[in-house]
Ligand binder design. Structure first.
Ligand code: RNT
Ligand code: ZN
Length: 412
């Protein structure tokens, strides 16, 4: 009997259908963030701002569209399944001198062609940072109407591009708004900037698009570097705005207080919303955006998505940027970990455990969840890689190292 057949029988004894789990996992598209490849610099500015930071100086950063596309292709070749690519507006590809309020679908045509070639979907984000008009750490909530108007135009232009992506690729594009607005020290007026943000969002979302093409999300946050005391777009602000306006409130796993977990929020969000959007990241003491590990919390997030029947209603995107390690390995580890967490969740005997909970048999719940950890999960993961013609654990990294020698280390 092969290891996989044996594993399958062990799971079947608990009432878990392994083949079904593999079929389900295959259909999940995870949005891989283009910005891990170049330390969030994009192609229209040369420094990162907005309260977020990449640290490290590992060689090989992608310096232009060709390099970034080549690196993304390399990463996809080492990840099972077909996914999505998450772009920021700052990654437009054009020789024109076009500012952010004037970007158009044509400035992203090269990415659409790339997506078609790769068989992937695209997601999009307006870029409200790394720009002279964002230097006050105020954009959509800026006191000066001219600055606000510039960013409102950017928000609108971005949704039009997202709509084009969805229409061209036949895969719904998530357009996600995150702004850095806030103050370093305790403000004298919290309401004013929030009123202005609300008005700016009303203008951006006044244009209606086909929801098959584009869906909208807004991403809250607790604090950023340099804006430690007050964030205009807080979680409460966006939860309320989203529920009043039929948008998604995107949850970034690094954007809450250190002991607060996103896994516990998922059931409530899915109960009251058709869709959910996530940025999966790993905060180390703060919103540090480390590469995601196969941690207890990552597994718990995946468990909740599975238990709440949320897999086909959730936009799962990754959001981390580490410049101190090989950037392609960062993508591959993160993407494969997200898939592993989902597979682990799909292999959980949830029906049986739920029955125990409802019968107040909490010892059974504890024992069941703990003993699941020593089941032959790795054999099922290996089978998934085999079925998807993707390299196994302990195989793919060699390939990255070769690429590093042949390509990355030759960049300066
Ligand atoms: C910042 C947000 C935001 C960005 C990306 C680059 O704290 O998480 O999502 O990381 O848009
Ligand atoms: Zn995020």
């Amino acid at each position: 009997m092969s290891n996989f057949t044996d594993a399958k029988e062990q799971y079947a004894a608990l009432g878990v259908d392994v083949d079904k789990a593999l079929e389900t996992l295959k259909k999940v598209r995870i949005s891989m963030h283009c910005w891990q490849g170049d330390d969030v610099l994009g192609f229209d500015s040369d420094s990162l701002s907005g309260g977020i930071a990449t640290t490290g100086n590992y060689p090989g950063r992608a310096r232009n569209p060709e390099e970034l596309m080549a690196d993304i292709k390399k990463a996809y070749s080492l990840i099972p399944g077909k996914h999505k690519l998450n772009l920021h507006a700052s990654y437009r590809i054009t020789d024109e001198k076009v500012d952010r309020d004037k970007i158009e679908p044509k400035h992203f045509q090269a990415w659409v062609d790339f997506a078609k070639e790769e068989g992937i979907g695209l997601d999009f984000n307006p870029t409200f940072f790394s720009h002279p008009k964002a230097s006050d750490n105020m954009t959509l909530s800026h006191p000066d109407k001219a600055v606000r108007d510039f960013w409102i135009e950017h928000g609108k232009a971005s949704r039009k591009i997202a709509d084009y992506f969805g229409e061209q690729l036949g895969i719904t594009c998530l357009d996600n708004v995150w702004i850095p607005d806030g103050t370093k020290d305790v403000p004298a007026d919290r309401l004013g900037p929030r009123m202005r943000l609300k008005d700016s969002l009303d203008q951006i979302f006044s244009v209606k698009y086909n929801p098959e093409h584009v869906k909208d999300a807004i991403e809250g946050k607790v604090f950023g570097i340099g804006v430690e005391s007050y964030t205009v777009g807080s979680h409460e602000f966006y939860m309320n705005y989203a529920s009043k306006n039929g948008l998604m409130c995107l949850l970034d796993t690094g954007h809450y207080h250190p002991t607060e977990v996103v896994s516990d929020k998922i059931s409530s969000m899915l109960l009251f919303n058709d869709n959910l959007a996530l940025h999966v990241s790993r905060p180390v003491r703060w919103d540090s955006d480390h590469v995601i590990k196969l941690s207890d919390e990552l597994k718990e997030i995946a468990e909740e998505l599975v238990r709440c029947n949320g897999l086909d209603r959730t936009f799962i995107a990754l959001d981390f940027f580490d410049a101190s390690i090989n950037r392609i390995a960062a993508w591959v580890v993160g993407m494969r970990n997200m898939q592993k967490a989902l597979l682990y969740a799909l292999l959980t005997p949830n029906k049986a455990l739920k029955e125990k909970q409802d019968a107040f048999q909490f010892t059974d719940v504890l024992v069941g969840l703990e003993e699941q950890k020593t089941l032959p999960f790795g054999e099922v993961w290996a089978e998934f890689c085999r079925r998807e013609n993707a390299p196994q654990d302990r195989e793919w990294f060699q390939d990255v190292k070769q690429y590093e020698q042949d390509v990355l280390f030759k960049r300066n």
